[in-house]
Design a protein around this ligand. Structure first.
Ligand SMILES: [Zn+2]
Length: 347
C-alpha cells in the first residue's frame, strides 16, 4: 500500500513526519530515546518513541501542531492539580482522539495489517465526531514513564474505540463511540444505524432525549475519590443531527459548547459520584487522589473491559449478518484473555 498522511489519508503533500506520541510528551516523561512499553506488538518491533513516526502532509502537520501546542499546558495543568475550563477539557478530548487514531494507524502499519484492514478513516475525519469519555486515575510513587495499553488487542485493531495512556503517575482511559454517553446525559438517543460502504454512519435513527442526567452513565464504571470521569456527548458525527428536531431543544442547546458544530458540553463525575455539568465560565480540577500502585493491574484490566462494553453497547447496525455477530463475539472472548493477563500485573 502507498504511504498516506496520518491526518487526511491522502498521499502526503510536501512530505513531513508526525510523531504519533508527541515529542513534547516523550521528552517530558524522559522517554524520547526509549523503547515504547506495553503496546506489545509495537514493543516487539523495539521502536523508541522518537522513531514512532508516520508520514504527514506539511499543511496537515502544521494544523495539528497547533492542537499540540494548546493541549500541552492543559494536560500538564491537570496533572499538577490545577483547574481547567470546559473548552480546555474539550480540546484535551480532541487530543485523545488524535492519539488513539494515530496509535491505531501505527499498529496497523507496523503489524503489516494495513493492506488487510484498509483504514477507512484517519485522524482528521475521526476527531471530535462521536461521544467521548475519559477516566483519570493516579498512582503513588510510580515515577516517570509513558506507555499505552489496549492498542494491541484484536478488537482495537478492528474498532479503535478504547485505549489507555500512562503519563508518569497518571492513567488516562479514553473511549469514543456513537451514543456512548448521550442518552444518560439527557441528549437524544441513537437506535438503528445504517453504514455506508466505508463503514461511516450513513443514517442513524434518533429518538428524543430525557433532558436530564441518569445514573449510571456507563454501567460498571463509577467515579470515586481515586477516579475522575469526564463525559462529552458529541453529535458532529451524527449524519442528520442538524435538521433534527430531537436536537433542537433547550436542554441540548444549554448543555453544548458549540451547538452549531455538534459539540456537546463537559460533564464530570468525581468523588461524590454526582454527574456535574461544567458551565462555560466555570473551572474544575480533575486530578483524583492517588492510589496504591499495587492496584494498577485492575485499572489496566478496565481498558479491555471497557473495549468490550463499548462494542456491546453500540447502536444496532442494520443488516448485520449472523457471521458478523460471531466475529465480534470471538473478538470479545480474546479480550477477556488479554484482560486476565493484567490481573496480577504490578507496575
Ligand atoms: Zn494530509
Amino acid at each position: 500500500m502507498d504511504k498516506f498522511c496520518i491526518f487526511c489519508g491522502n498521499k502526503p503533500e510536501n512530505k513531513n513526519k508526525e510523531h504519533v506520541i508527541p515529542q513534547w510528551l516523550s521528552k517530558h516523561t524522559n522517554r524520547y530515546q526509549k523503547v515504547c512499553e506495553f503496546g506489545e506488538s509495537i514493543t516487539k518491533a523495539q521502536i523508541p518513541f522518537c522513531a514512532l513516526t508516520f508520514p504527514a502532509c506539511t499543511a496537515c502537520n502544521d494544523a495539528f501542531g497547533k492542537l499540540e501546542a494548546t493541549v500541552k499546558p492543559i494536560l500538564l495543568d491537570i496533572m499538577d492539580g490545577k483547574s481547567v475550563n470546559a473548552e480546555q477539557i474539550s480540546l484535551l478530548m480532541d487530543w485523545f482522539d488524535k492519539i488513539r487514531v494515530g496509535l491505531w494507524l501505527s499498529e496497523l502499519t507496523l503489524a503489516k495489517k494495513v493492506d488487510k484492514i484498509e483504514p477507512k478513516f484517519h485522524i482528521a475525519s475521526r476527531m471530535g465526531q462521536k461521544d467521548r469519555m475519559l477516566i483519570i486515575e493516579r498512582f503513588k510513587d510510580i515515577g516517570e514513564g509513558l506507555a499505552f495499553v489496549g492498542t494491541n488487542s484484536p478488537l482495537f485493531v478492528e474498532s479503535p474505540s478504547v485505549f489507555a495512556l500512562i503519563v508518569n503517575d497518571f492513567v488516562f482511559i479514553n473511549a469514543s463511540e456513537f451514543g456512548l454517553v448521550s442518552n444518560k446525559l439527557g441528549f437524544p438517543n441513537y437506535n438503528k444505524m445504517k453504514l455506508t460502504n466505508n463503514r461511516n454512519a450513513q443514517t442513524l435513527e434518533i429518538t428524543k432525549g430525557r433532558n436530564k442526567t441518569t445514573h449510571p452513565v456507563v454501567s460498571d464504571f463509577q467515579a470515586s475519590p481515586t477516579r475522575t470521569i469526564i463525559y462529552q456527548p458529541m453529535y458532529r458525527g451524527v449524519p442528520n443531527y442538524k435538521p433534527s428536531k430531537e436536537f433542537n431543544v433547550p436542554y441540548v442547546l444549554n448543555h453544548s459548547l458549540d451547538y452549531e458544530n455538534g459539540v456537546g458540553g463537559i460533564f464530570v463525575q468525581r468523588g461524590d459520584n454526582q454527574i456535574k455539568y461544567i458551565d462555560q465560565n466555570q473551572t474544575t480540577s480533575l486530578a483524583p487522589r492517588a492510589k496504591d500502585p499495587s492496584t494498577i493491574g485492575n485499572t489496566l484490566q478496565d481498558v479491555f473491559k471497557l473495549q468490550n462494553f463499548v462494542l456491546s453497547s453500540r447502536a444496532d447496525i442494520d443488516s448485520r449478518r449472523p457471521a458478523d455477530s460471531l466475529f465480534w463475539r470471538n473478538m470479545m472472548a480474546k479480550n477477556i484473555v488479554l484482560m486476565n493477563a493484567y490481573a496480577t500485573r504490578k507496575k
